[in-house]
Design a protein. Structure first.
Ligand code: FPP
Length: 242
């Protein structure tokens, strides 16, 4: 009897503590196959499950996934509604397995304009998984970096923090990612070289990895390759090489 052979991945010398992923190219993936765009987003969710599993196996502590930006409301209504539905369905379908795998789900962004049912499913998933500690997965849904910084400034003003006390640490503590390590690696699929309002503050010194593949095709091997490439980068943070 043949048994499926699990591929093994050599341990990585240097692991990013926080990986951001801009999951781009679902629409083009679908168009290439003569399918509606939403079919591409569905394939994107399938892939998301595989990549999160890979993150757990490879030992990445924090992953942030850009699922819906503050600019994505400009898409046709049918696509916006489809993405909302997909998030609700995915939470229903995937959350138990993510929970079993030790994934802690978090949301970053503005929940206010989402439907009550979607909000309550997001909150239930966060509540269920809050004590897990193998991997933290931030779902950036209705997220924008400028919106996040604006919300932080508003909160700082509300708290009446004196200007001379406002440090980078204070700003960090008011972002959605408060307490998490800065994003060290940002992966963008589909060959686009843009930041698109993603983790503007947290990614100040992030390394970028651009893959030509569309998101549904960016599998565990590709994820591993991106982590390997990160390990080979010479990060100087504005200084010089040692
Ligand atoms: C970019 O592809 C992708 C998005 C705007 C959404 C990303 C969403 C998913 C991977 C699935 C949804 C995830 C959840 C958890 C609901 P695109 O549509 O811009 O593709 P294109 O550039 O080829 O048109």
């Amino acid at each position: 009897m043949s048994k499926a052979v699990e591929k093994t991945y050599p341990p990585l010398l240097k692991l990013p503590q926080h990986v951001g992923i801009i999951m781009d190219g679902n629409g083009r993936w679908a168009r290439q196959r003569g399918m509606p765009r939403l079919r591409g987003h569905r394939a994107g969710v399938e892939n998301l499950r595989r990549v999160l599993q890979a993150g757990v196996e490879l030992g990445v502590p924090v992953v942030t996934l850009y699922a819906f930006s503050t600019e994505n409301w400009r898409r046709p209504e049918v696509e916006v509604r489809g993405l909302m539905r997909l998030l609700a369905e995915s939470l229903d379908k995937e959350v138990d397995e993510l929970h079993r795998n030790g994934v802690q789900l978090r949301h970053i962004g503005d929940l206010a304009p989402l439907s009550d049912i979607l909000k309550s499913r997001i909150q239930a998933a966060i509540e269920l998984t809050k004590n897990n500690n193998r991997l933290v997965a931030n779902i950036a849904f209705n997220y924008g970096g400028r919106q996040e910084i604006t919300a932080a400034v508003r909160q700082i003003v509300r708290e009446q923090i004196p200007p001379e006390d406002i440090t980078e640490d204070v700003i960090n503590a008011h972002l959605y990612t408060a307490g998490q390590p800065p994003v060290e690696l940002i992966i963008r699929t589909s060959g686009e070289f843009r930041v698109s309002n993603f983790l503007l503050w947290q990614g100040a010194y992030a390394e970028y990895y651009i893959s030509p593949l569309y998101w549904p095709d960016f599998d565990k091997d590709e994820f591993y390759k991106a982590l390997q490439a990160f390990g080979q980068r010479d990060r100087r943070f504005g200084g010089v090489s040692g």
